[in-house]
Design a binder for this molecule. Structure first.
Ligand code: 13P
Ligand code: SF4
Length: 334
């Protein structure tokens, strides 16, 4: 076996092509060359590391990235995010090659639910429709009626008849928050984001005392006690816009720390304080799944066009329907 064949065989367990990169190579130049040569587009989520965000053609939250993936005419979509996001890109734009720098870039929320589990829950609530957060795999999407993201969940739930019974999967925190703001009683799947659940109310309260002028802003994937004391709650893109446009000069930010990179760029004079977590050793809320993508892996995946996202056509078509429904119902949302 050649070194390349060995690396390809190890891909499912390793997650990326473990091939040595020649010393002295300029990764930025090489990625730019490959992007042109292969007519590729690099899409990155705000939770990627700063260097990956900076090299992207398009940077966005889940909703913005899904739209960008759908409309691109590039031949290859290089998705710097997590697996369910790259999968969504493939569902929306199946003729394109979709690659993900590290196949093991997963998500605790997506891991918490399965298509089979949703089918079982549907049997118990035969009149309910299933609304799923985009943070789920294609088997869950295929069992769903509508997909939502944190940017459009409230808007979409509000557009449904009040008497409609709804199963909401897989994020219990987002579900509870949407229940509260839309005055619903959706049946909630018991999943959670390990990053947003790590915030410590006690330590955040101390941060608020130490920074009395700061506003606390939080993502709705955070737990109820944190949301209850937050001055503003919003999706990743919403929190970014809030920091840029609000008069306040100081913010305690209770979401994944990667977003601070773009916040600092767009609001360089404002003081941004990452909210503290229960983990004393780390303190900040990094999504280790998101951070599996590095510049080296990005380069390798563009060069060898691996790991590639593939999926069963039957599942893809079933998963496409609720995603299209979301895009149709959220045209007014930026
Ligand atoms: P949004 O990009 O929709 O805010 O989602 C946050 C998140 O946790 C992505 O994994
Ligand atoms: Fe999943 Fe949370 Fe990481 Fe987003 S931040 S990818 S929801 S684990």
């Amino acid at each position: 076996m050649t070194m390349y064949e060995k690396a390809v065989a190890a891909l499912p367990t390793k997650g990326y092509l473990n091939i040595e990169i020649p010393q002295g190579i300029n990764l930025l130049e090489e990625i730019n060359r490959l992007r042109k040569e292969k007519n590729a587009i690099i899409l990155a989520h705000y939770y990627q590391t700063g260097d990956v965000q900076d090299i992207a053609d398009f940077l966005g939250d889940s909703l913005q990235l899904a739209r960008a993936a759908e409309k691109t005419d590039a031949d290859m979509i290089v998705f710097c995010g997590v697996h369910f996001m790259a999968e969504t890109a493939k569902i929306l734009n199946p003729t394109k090659k979709v690659v993900l720098p590290d196949l093991l870039a997963g998500c605790s929320l997506a891991d918490s639910a399965s298509g089979e589990g949703i089918r079982e829950l549907k049997k118990k609530h035969p009149n309910a429709i299933v609304v799923s957060y985009i943070n789920c795999d294609s088997s869950v999407k295929a069992e769903s009626d509508i997909i939502v993201t944190s940017s459009n969940a409230e808007h979409i739930i509000n557009s449904l008849p009040e008497e409609q019974e709804i199963i909401f999967a897989p994020d219990r925190n987002l579900g509870r928050y949407i229940n509260q703001v839309t005055n619903r009683n959706m049946i909630l799947w018991d999943g959670a984001c390990i990053v947003h659940e790590a915030f410590s109310l006690e330590r955040i309260a101390q941060q608020m005392i130490d920074n009395p002028k700061a506003k606390l802003i939080a993502h709705p994937e955070a737990q109820k006690p944190v949301l209850q004391v937050a001055n503003h709650i919003g999706s990743t893109a919403n929190l970014l816009n809030y920091v840029v446009n609000d008069d306040c000069q100081e913010f305690i930010v209770a979401t994944e720390e990667g977003i601070l990179h773009e916040m600092r760029k767009r609001a360089p004079h404002k003081k941004l304080i990452p909210a503290l977590t229960t983990d004393n050793s780390c303190n900040c809320s990094e999504c280790h799944f998101m951070k599996l993508n590095t510049m080296e892996k990005l380069y390798l995946c563009m060069k060898y066009e691996l790991p590639e996202i593939t999926m069963d056509e039957d599942i893809r078509l079933k998963a496409l329907k609720p995603i299209n429904k979301m895009l149709e119902l959220s045209q007014t949302i930026k």
